[in-house]
Write a protein that binds this ligand. Structure first.
Ligand code: BGC
Length: 956
């Protein structure tokens, strides 16, 4: 169980305990993280949740105390901050306003609340956070490296995978150590060790950023790893995103020197600072400098994210990170700046440029704000098949991203080769054509330990279900290979089940594919030579992502990467980070992709009530909107940059200018809302005006006198409806036309990434909910169900990436990912519409529970869904929505989290027959009837669980 999963489990336990102990609040977090070490702000935001209580349970006041020492906190004193009794309901985004915090400071805190009766709760369990090194000046370490005399790799045909480097240093620790904190960053990726123990299980630290401008660092409390006397610290540093293979390299016109690697620099470097605090108040600092030693002659012969790892266990160096190890044959580390830089030509579509490849110290060192990338699950092999003599394929049962644990035994020097694939060819061979230039091969060379050997790669990951193994010196058993699922450990927050088993499998596939692609940035896919933070994919999926996991801090991290990659002329790029910008003139941006720079912050604000994300990116967003306005002087749509259009539509394209007009309109509306949210009223009015102008231009360019759209694609109708570009009358026409197009298309959608995201919401909101459900449950191509009945365990890039009839034959093998979350964006509709869980305001403090069952006779292809059971762990706690149609009776069980309210929409026409827990509604506590006229009937309820029953009258 990972630390995050453990915290979540403890939280549930605390909930149970705290109900009895006077409803102490629980799940205390700082900057969205439980007990973070080394946060990057002096004004962190704190949050907690109320334990479930009786109906109506809410907070009327709180008192929060923050102390510099646990003993002070135990006395209920806050020497750093004591809010006193603060009236109100707020439990999240509470900004620390105490004594100003210095680098490295540790803060202990707890909270108590007063409930609806004015009664005080017990104090919560204590929590803590510590502050990182804020400023570059807080660092006295320097980046060190090894002397690198290798030429810049220039072959397009052969890979170049250099070894990882081991660094080490010994130091003495006096008696009486109180606390030790290790801060570390790298240009590359690193694993840290102290006295022979790995400091952290996290993968790929310090993370991916535009290293020439900014690098992340991590802080670790290592007090428990040090001892009195001689100690040693070590690090293994590999190329990572800094110098290793990134993206698809050669496909987009890179010059001879850019073979897909060295986008930021050529030689990885490393920097660490170990701060020791003694009980007597003295300090000692150990930093990276030229007293460190380094070698490239360790076991990690190759270590590349896309290429894979080669580990020669014969070259292990037992004790290398402990004191007393003989490192006389190691080299002396050099200041990273001492490696000469190289000027290389770099060609792209804009011509050839000269770029400098050498060490550039990042101007900003930033605390990593997201949960760590970690192994969160183990998958036992289901089957092993010998496909050729000595070649075995292991089936891990599902398509995921991660690594394996290999167990083997044999003579020293035996070499085991592991290849990875998402699918098999019909003859049982591994399908690797879709990996393109990602070599994705790991190799393990045995040292010959008679007790057997175990190995897990640390500097690579793959997208796969199948592992092909050659060279095993023994007969394999199922436990020879175990799958290890790896991703940013964002707490998972959704549950969904319904009466259609195909949909239940779809839901699993969606969450699995999300996990496979939330690795450092929201990647398009985890297997091929791409794995980029594609903005179009991210903007259509962001809301679904927030439903399935707590991604607030994950997006906090990535949106910094997005802003950093903003083009000088204001556009956001197609993907972020945007490594190709160094030296390039690339015009890599395009409508609906670049707009993620507005759409993602807007969603994070809506879901988590996070205004800081708006404030933080506001200037950048304004620059983007100015760019948008400058290129569209007549407020119409334009085509510029990369015309991805409605990517992967099914023979039903939509002109890019049209899409652009819709997205320009949408981002203007979102900007207006965000400006208003942070009190910039005149900006809000300005963007509302921009929107009105775009709307008029849209009517001028695309709407006929009769109110019909001139662009006839399904997506054209979807976007106009979704983005509020039509009058009421025009909406009716557009929705009818869309429904007609779909039925004439054999009840099939033809939409691509952009249209599909909004298709079902638009149909449900405009009177065609049964049609939406019919498409949702379809098994015909193209549909989500078609993938499932063709064996999918993940969401595919294309609807027919594989078919039982044609295998992989329908598409270019190279563009055929089986782990692409984009079409999984239907998840948003599953929760917000079908299950009916939504937020009425920001941050789910007023919840909307508006389930939408289909009419029972609606679906000639499949038995219509007649029950749904869903839950969502919002920032205020778990919301449950479970409905069931029993003949004409609609049963609806809900849970509204403490401290929130909800509007409940019952699809019935008469209040008289509505019951709650078997009794007429009028006699229930905590249920207020808001509308008894018309249909649906709307009730207002407070926190608690309720069971409604009523006569089903359809949803419209
Ligand atoms: C990616 C997509 C991405 C697209 C741009 C592809 O190669 O895999 O998901 O959005 O390029 O059209």
């Amino acid at each position: 169980m990972t630390k995050h999963a453990l915290v979540a489990a403890l939280y549930l336990l605390c909930h149970l305990v705290s109900v009895q102990a006077g409803t102490a609040p629980a799940y205390l977090r700082c900057e969205y993280l439980a007990d973070p070490v080394g946060i990057g702000t002096g004004e962190p935001r704190l949050s907690w949740q109320l334990a479930p209580g009786p109906r109506g349970h809410r907070q009327t006041a709180y008192r929060l105390i923050v102390a510099s020492d646990e003993a002070i906190l135990a006395d209920n004193e806050g020497d750093l901050w004591d809010t006193g009794k603060v009236q109100g309901r707020a439990t999240a985004q509470i900004v620390y306003k105490g004594v100003s915090l210095k680098a490295g400071q540790r803060c202990h805190w707890k909270i108590r609340i007063w409930d609806e009766k004015g009664e005080a709760s017990a104090w919560s369990q204590r929590a803590h956070w510590s502050v990182g090194l804020f400023a570059v000046d807080d660092w006295c370490a320097e980046f060190i490296s090894f002397r690198d005399v290798s030429p810049v790799h220039r072959s397009r045909k052969e890979l170049y995978l250099p070894p990882a480097r081991h660094y080490r240093k010994e130091f003495r620790v006096r008696a009486g150590i109180r606390r030790a904190t290790l801060y570390a960053t790298a240009l590359g990726i690193q694993d840290l060790y102290l006295n022979g123990k790995r400091v952290s299980d996290r993968y790929f630290a310090p993370g991916w950023s535009d290293y020439r401008k900014r690098a992340y660092y991590h802080s670790y409390d290592v007090t428990g790893l040090l001892g009195h006397g001689d100690n040693a610290v070590g690090a293994v540093v590999a190329d990572g995103w800094y110098a290793g293979y990134v993206g698809y390299g050669v496909l987009v016109g890179y010059g001879p020197y850019r073979s897909g690697r060295c986008f930021y620099g050529k030689t990885p470097a490393f920097m660490a600072q170990l701060e020791l605090e003694y009980g007597d108040g003295t300090h000692q600092t150990i930093t990276t400098d030229t007293s460190w030693k380094v070698t490239g002659d360790g076991p990690l012969r190759e270590a590349d994210i896309q290429g894979g790892e080669t580990y020669d266990a014969r070259k292990e160096m037992p004790g290398w990170s402990t004191a007393g190890f003989d490192d006389t044959h190691w080299e002396v580390a050099i200041p990273a700046a001492d490696n000469p830089s190289t000027v290389v030509p770099y060609s792209d579509r804009g011509g050839t440029h000269l770029i400098q490849l050498g060490f550039v110290k990042p101007a900003i060192l930033q605390a990593y704000p997201a949960p760590p990338i970690a192994i969160t699950q183990e998958l036992a092999a289901r089957r092993v098949t010998e496909v050729k003599p000595g070649v075995h394929i292991f089936d891990l049962g599902e398509n995921f991203a991660g690594v394996v644990r290999l167990k083997t035994k044999g003579p020293a020097g035996a070499k085991v080769t592991l290849r990875y694939g998402e699918m098999l060819h019909p003859d049982g061979r591994l399908m690797t054509e879709n990996l393109r230039r990602a070599r994705a091969i790991d190799q393990y060379i045995l040292k010959g330990d008679p007790k057997g050997e175990q190995w897990t790669p640390r500097f690579t990951y793959h997208g796969f279900q199948f592992v092909e193994i050659t060279g095993l010196p023994h007969k394999p058993s199922l436990d020879t290979v175990t799958g290890l699922v790896l991703h940013n450990d964002t707490p998972m927050t959704s549950q969904f089940e319904c009466s259609d088993p195909v949909i239940n499998q779809l839901f699993k596939n969606i969450t699995r594919t999300q996990r496979a692609n939330f690795v450092e940035v929201p990647t398009d896919c985890p297997q091929r030579d791409e794995r980029l933070g594609w903005m179009g994919d991210a903007q259509i999926y962001v809301r679904s992502a927030t439903i399935n996991a707590d991604v607030a801090s994950f997006f906090t991290k990535w949106l910094d990467d997005v802003e950093e990659a903003q083009r000088s002329f204001g556009a956001y790029p197609d993907y972020a980070p945007y490594p190709m910008q160094h030296g390039g003139s690339g015009k890599s941006f395009g409508t609906a992709w670049m707009d993620a720079g507005i759409i993602c912050p807007w969603n994070i604000w809506r879901v988590y009530g996070d205004k800081r994300i708006i404030e933080h990116h506001y200037e950048s967003m304004v620059r983007f909107m100015e760019f948008r306005r400058a290129v569209s002087p007549k407020f119409g749509g334009i085509s510029l940059g990369n015309p991805w259009g409605d990517w992967l539509n099914v023979n039903d394209p939509t002109p890019v200018e049209y899409i652009d007009a819709c997205y320009f309109a949408w981002t203007s509306q979102l900007m207006a809302e965000m400006a208003a949210a942070i009190g910039k009223e005149s900006d809000a009015a300005f963007y509302r005006d921009v929107f009105q102008r775009i709307k008029s231009a849209f009517a001028r360019d695309y709407v006929s006198k009769e109110g019909a759209l001139s662009v006839k694609s399904q997506t054209a109708h979807v976007l106009a409806l979704a983005f509020n570009l039509l009058t009421e009358e025009q909406k009716t026409i557009a929705a009818e036309t869309l429904a007609d197009q779909i039925s004439r298309n054999g009840y099939r959608m033809a939409t691509g990434f952009l249209g599909t995201k909004e298709l079902l919401p638009v149909l449900s909101a405009n009177g065609y909910h049964d049609l939406a459900v019919r498409l949702f449950q379809s098994r015909k191509l193209p549909s989500w169900g078609h993938e499932v009945v063709n064996g999918a365990t993940s969401i595919w890039e294309r609807w027919d990436s594989y078919t039982k009839e044609d295998g992989f034959g329908r598409h270019n093998a190279a563009m055929n990912s089986f782990s692409h979350y984009a079409f999984g964006a239907v998840c948003e509709w599953m929760f917000r519409t079908l299950a009916g869980i939504d937020t009425a305001d920001v941050g789910y403090s007023h919840v909307l529970l508006r389930p939408m069952p289909p009419s029972l006779k609606s679906n000639p292809d499949n038995t219509p869904i007649h029950w749904v059971k869903a839950s969502y762990d919002s920032i205020n706690g778990r919301i449950k929505s479970a409905w069931r149609l029993e003949k004409s009776v609609f049963r609806y069980d809900i849970t509204v989290p403490p401290n929130t309210t909800a509007s409940v929409f019952l699809p019935t026409a008469s209040i008289e027959a509505v019951t709650e827990s078997g009794r007429p509604i009028s006699r229930r506590d905590a249920v207020e009837i808001r509308s008894i006229e018309g249909h649906p009937i709307v009730l207002e309820v407070g926190p608690g669980s309720y069971s409604f029953a009523c006569e089903f009258a359809g949803v419209h």
